[in-house]
Design a protein around this ligand. Structure first.
Ligand code: FES
Length: 603
């Protein structure tokens, strides 16, 4: 019988199954819970999935009822009716998941004075009559005090909205005015107006809706970045976009559509209408920034990896299909370099790294880890390729932080002790879990300083691709199969942690700063929230500093985006961060490779 490999996205879990295993059973083998109310009979239509690549068994009649011909053409199937006929990449939409991935969207938010980039002006006009035949717009120009605003070309959607709304509201209303005196849209007199801060991560999107008069957070939520179906990391997504223009357009549409849907759901729940959304602040790494704004990404995938633009951007939401008031604004803070984006600027802003006393290091760990060193108001930043191991990828039994992922592990009293996300039976290992396991393996003498298993390794087995330990025996796992940690997994963690440590060392060398001078070590981002500091210190990923130096601040990029939504002064501060920042290209740094090699071991 032929076996095929199936990659489930966005959870990042891989299984090998035979051609007689339905995709629904394959998800169960992978320890994932799909909604399947009818138990696989084919009548509930809950188990919708999309085949991104590979070949499946023939479409069944029942599926022709469930999907339109276009949907079928785009790969939509019922997991209980489809069988693999080749290796596959399968996208599981959020609505088909019985349990969702843990998404860290919160960060510590500083209090800022609410002075947003938009303001409101209430007005009341005389209605037209047979003696007063002025056009609607001219009536407005004569009727409101701030005439300068109306000198600018308002654009057709704004004029359109004005004429329709005035007839409904009895010629009284509220005009929303944005930066450079542009008209954003019209509301009824006194109607509240809102802004949206968006953090576009490679893996997840976080959205925060804020009242722009009070600064209050009205709603927030996070979803997986739907672009994952095009590749786990930015490099594969750039390659996909470069393959043809259609693919780049699809990547942008997916992103904008996901934001529209998420914002749409949140404002529906709060009884807010689209016209009340007047401003967006969007941050992301440089690739996500470019995908979102529809900028070319080809040059990001080729040396010397330069962005299309570094400076901040202001444009109309409708230019890229984002919903809101007719001329809702979008602000994107500056990028630093090809692999250090506006999200890093937002993180530096929110953590106040540039203005802290003494030396601060601030980093956000991801597939690429962006690191900045701040000293006397000046910054130096770099990006190191830490790889996807901390997201569970490239780890044999790795997965993202979904229920059942081992997230904490310690070896003591001769056995492994662990906890899983949502306390579900273990089905795999997420980033914080594998970091703990490697740290514990080293501490308990089961691996040596070079990462090789020693004679003390517990439940060491030989596998075709090398040695492995059985972390969880099949009888205790949620899949019935052993959960392994292989020599290769340990190697992946060594590579990742060496890249981060060598990046830190490069910044210290460039500024002639000694480790002991570091006053604050700020760890941001989702993985940074869940990683266990003691494990990161044990394996040498972070320098051994006093514990009170470390700050784990959560989604600081999202917090920075919220600040910039509420405060023009924060936008200025973000832009001045770029003016005081130098980018260090590690590939040309003479000491980087040596430092990287030296950081690979555990001693
Ligand atoms: Fe009900 Fe597939 S499980 S249709």
């Amino acid at each position: 019988m032929t076996n095929f490999l199936i990659d489930f996205e966005p959870v990042g879990k891989r299984v090998s199954v035979s051609e007689t295993t339905s995709l629904l059973s394959a998800t169960q083998d992978a320890g994932l819970s799909l909604t399947a109310v009818c138990g696989g009979v084919g009548i509930c239509q809950d188990c919708k999935i999309r085949c991104v690549s590979g070949k499946l068994s023939e479409i069944q009649l029942i599926e022709r009822d469930a999907f339109s011909p276009q949907e079928l053409q785009h790969g939509w199937r019922l997991a209980c009716q489809a069988y693999p006929r080749s290796d596959l990449i399968i996208e599981i939409p959020l609505e088909s998941m019985a349990t969702e991935q843990r998404l860290q969207i919160e960060g510590e938010i500083r209090k800022v004075a609410v002075q947003p980039a938009v303001y409101a002006l209430d007005f009341s006009l005389d209605p037209p009559n047979l003696q007063d035949l002025r056009g609607d717009w001219e009536r407005l120009v004569n009727g409101i005090p701030d005439k300068q605003v109306l000198q600018n070309n308002p654009g057709l959607p704004v004029i359109n909205q004005f004429s329709v709304k005035m007839r409904r509201s009895g010629w009284a209303g509220r005009v929303i005015i944005g930066k450079n005196q542009c008209i954003v849209g019209f509301l009824t007199e006194g109607q509240p107006f809102y802004g949206v801060a968006v953090d576009v991560g490679t893996t997840k999107l976080a959205v925060f809706i804020k009242d722009l008069s009070t600064g209050e957070t009205i709603a927030k939520d996070g979803v997986m970045n739907p672009q994952i179906a095009f590749g786990e990391d930015v490099v594969s997504r750039i390659a996909s976009a470069n393959s043809n223009r259609l693919s780049q357009n699809a990547l942008q549409e997916k992103l904008v559509d996901a934001i529209n849907r998420l914002v749409g759901r949140l404002i529906d729940e709060k009884g807010i209408v689209e016209d009340q959304i007047v401003d967006y602040v969007v941050v992301g790494n440089t690739a996500m920034h470019h995908f979102f704004a529809g900028l070319p990404v080809q040059q990001l995938g080729e040396a010397p990896y330069v962005p299309a633009v570094c400076r901040s951007l202001n444009f109309s939401a409708r230019d890229i299909g984002l919903n809101g008031a007719p001329n809702a604004r979008v602000y994107m803070p500056p990028n630093i370099a090809g692999y250090v984006g506006a999200d890093h600027i937002a993180m530096l802003l929110a953590t106040d790294a540039p203005s802290r006393e003494g030396v601060s290091i601030a980093l956000d760990i991801g597939t690429n880890t962006e690191i900045s060193l701040a000293l006397n108001g000046k910054l130096i930043s770099c990006s190191c390729a830490s790889g996807p191991a901390f997201e569970g990828a490239h780890i044999q039994d790795g997965m993202r932080a979904v229920p059942g992922a081992i997230e904490r592990a310690l070896f003591f009293d001769g056995d492994w002790h662990y906890s899983t996300v949502a306390d579900k039976p273990p089905v795999g290992i997420c980033g914080s879990g594998i970091l703990d396991i490697v740290a514990s393996l080293y501490e308990s003498g089961q691996i040596d300083a070079s990462g090789r298993f020693t004679e003390h390794a517990f439940r060491l087995v030989n596998r075709p691709k090398g040695g492995a330990i059985i972390m969880v025996p099949g009888k205790d796992s949620g899949t019935g199969k052993d959960i392994l940690v292989t020599r290769r997994d340990i190697r992946e963690i060594q590579l990742a942690k060496a890249a981060i440590r060598a990046g830190i060392e490069a910044l210290l060398r460039a500024t002639v700063v000694d480790l002991a001078e570091i006053k604050k070590f700020i760890v941001a981002g989702a993985f940074g929230t869940y990683l266990h500091l003691d494990s990161a210190l044990k394996i040498g990923m972070f320098p051994k500093l006093p514990t009170d130096c470390f700050l784990q601040v959560g989604n600081a990029a999202g917090a920075g985006a919220q600040e910039m939504l509420l405060s023009l002064a924060s936008r200025k501060a973000a832009e001045s961060i770029l003016e005081n920042l130098t980018y260090l290209e590690l590939t040309t740094d003479p000491g980087f490779i040596q430092s990287y090699v030296e950081s690979m071991g555990f001693d």
